[in-house]
Write a protein that binds this ligand. Sequence first.
Ligand code: GLA
Length: 686
Amino acid sequence: MLRDDALRERLGRLAYGGDYNPEQWPEKTWAEDVELMREAGVNLVTVGVFSWAALEPEPGRYTFDWLDRVLDLLAANGIAADLATPTAAPPAWMIAARPEVLPVLADGSRLTFGARQHYCASSPVYRAGAATLVERLAARYAGHPALAMWHVGNEYPGVDGCHCAVSAEHFRRWLADRYGDLDALNEAWGTAFWGQRYGSWEEINPPGPVLGDPNPAQMVDFRRFNGDASLECFTAERDILRRFTPDVPVTTNFMASYKLLDYWRWAAEEDVVALDAYPDARDPIGQVRAAMNFDLMRSLRGGRPFILMESATGPMNSRRRNSARPPGQLRLRSHQAVARGSDSVMFFQWRASRFGAEKFFSAMVPHAGTDSRIWREVRELGAELRDLAPVAGSRVDADVAMVWDWRSWWALELRGRPSTDLAFHDQALAHYLPLWRANVPVAMVAPDADLSGYRLLVVPNLYLVSDAAATNIARFVEDGGHLVMSYFSGVVDEHDRIRRPNAFQDLLGVRIEEFNPLQVEEALTLRWSDGSESTASDWQDLMRAEGAQALASFTDGLFGPCPAVTRNAYGRGTATYVGTGLDDTRLRQVVLDAASAAGVRPTANVPEGVEAVRRGDHLFLLNHTGEEVTVAVPRPCVDLLTGTRHEGELRLEPLGVAVLSVGQIRPEGAVPRSAPSTGARNFPHQ
Ligand code: GLA
C-alpha cells in the first residue's frame, strides 16, 4: 500500500483542519482548542511549522515537553498530526553564531534575521543543524499515536537563489556533474557570445549584477540548480524521517502554479502532493485559476489525490486590499478543491494569531471568537465534509492534457526575447479557460510524459523543448492524437539555443520565418475559412503553410495576407497551430473544435457559470454565479450533502453545491477512447 493510501485509510474520510500553532498561546487555551476542533469535525492539524526556537532554544538543549503534551492531547481527542520539521525558521542563536547561514541575494546583500525562510540551501551549517533536529524529532515521535504525516520545512525554496560563496561552490559542483567537462559547458551556454568563455570551473559564478542581460543558459541552469539545492534539503530530511517511520507519508507544501520550482521533480520525491492555495476572494475568474491549480496538483503524481494543506477562511494580509470572502464562497471553493482531487480541506491557520506579521490573516477560529460568521461557516463545512467520506481516494479522469513545463517557463520569461510581455501563466490560463467553461476535465502533463491515454493535447506555449519531448509530442499526434499548440513554441533547445528548423515544423506543417510581437494597442484582422472575421493581438508569426491548411489568415499587418491559424494532418491525428493572439471567443472555438474532433465530451451540459466535475462515482455541481440555476441530472441520484434524491433536474442556490452519487456512468453519448473521431460538435456553444 502506498503511504498516501495508508493516510487515507487511517483518517477514514477527508481530512479537515489547519496549521495549529499552540506555541503562540498559553497552555490553558489548548483544551479549548481541541474541544472546538472536535466541534468543527477537525481530524488533522499541522503542528510545529516554525517551532525550531521553541524546540531547541539553545544549541543542543531540547524542549520537547510542550510538543509531547500537544501531541498527547491531540491523540486523546482523536485528532491526527501532520507533524512539521521546523527547519524553515533557523533560530536566532544559529544566525548569531553562524551568520553565513543567511542567504545572499543577487545584488550581493545578505538577508538578516527577523522573518523566516532565511537560510542558504547549500549551507552545511544549516543542513547539519536541520538534520540533527529532525533526527531528534523523528526518534521521539516515531510511533506516537497522533503522528499521521510529516510536513518538511515550509514553502520551499525561500529565497530565489542564494549567491553566497558556499552556493557558488555548490553551483560549480552541480555544473561539473551536469556537463562533465568545461568544453561541454561552454558549448551549452554559448559562451562564444560576448567573449564569456570559461577556462576553469573556479571562474564560474551564480549570475549576479551585470551590465545588460546575463547569459540566458546560465540563468536557466542557476534556476535548475536552486531547485535541486532545495530539493536536497527536502530529501535529506525525508530520508531521516523514513529511517524512523518508513510507513508515514512525507510531504511539503507547494505554492500552486509557482514559477521557481519544477514540481514534477519534487512530486516524484514525496508521498503526497500538498497545496497552499490563496486565490483572491474578489477575482472574477478566481474559480478558474483555482481549478487550474487543483488540476496541476492532482496531475503531479499521476492523478492521485492531493492535500489542500492551506487555504483561507477569510481575508489574507498579503494583498493591497484584503477583502473578506463573500458568504458561501468558503464552502463553494472548498468543495471545488475536493471535486478536483483534494482529499482534504485545510487552512492557514487554526486560531488567528494575536501578534506577529500575520495577525490580520484569517483563521478557523477568528479574533471574533466562535460567535462569528467565519466560525459558523467552518463548523458547517466540517459537518458537510464528513458526509463526503465516500469521495476520498477517488480519481478525476481526463481525456485532455495540457503541457506544463517549468524549464520552458523559466527560459521564456528571461529578458532579451521578442516580447517580454509573453508570460507562460497567462497563456496557460487563456487556453485552460475554454475547457473549464465547457466542463472538460484537464490533466497537466510534462512534455515528455506518456500521452497515450489522452485524446487532445493543448500546448499553450512550449518555447524550450528537448529533442525527446518534441518527438514525444509528434508521436502522440502520429498515433491519432489531436493537438492545439500556440505561438513561440519549439524555438530553442534545453540550453536556450535556437532551433532551426523549429522543433515542430514537420508536425505543424508550417515554416515560421519571423516573429512580430504586436504593440499593446495594435490589432490585426483575421479572416476565417467560413468568411467571418476577428481581431488578433499580441503576436504575429510570419509563416508559410508547408502541408498545413489555413483556418484563418491575416488580412492586414506588416506582411500582408498570410496564415495565422493552421491545421495539419499528421499521421493519424491533426495538429492545430495558433500563430497569433486570438480573442476569447475564437480561442474557445479553436480549442473546442479540436476537442470535438478528438471525441472529447463535456462532463455535463450545465448553465454557464456552473462547474461540473466527475470524481469517481460522484458528480460535483458548483454554482459560481449569484443566481439560482436549474441543472439536469444524468440519472436518479442522491445528493451526499443533503441526502435528497433528485430525478430529472435540481435547483442550485447562488454559490450552491451538490455532490451527486451517480455511479460509474460515462458522460452521455461518450465514445470509447479507441473509436475514430466523428468530427461532431460536442459542445453546445460551438
Ligand atoms: C503560507 C505559509 C504560512 C502562512 C500563509 C499565509 O502558505 O505556509 O505559513 O504564512 O502563507 O500567509
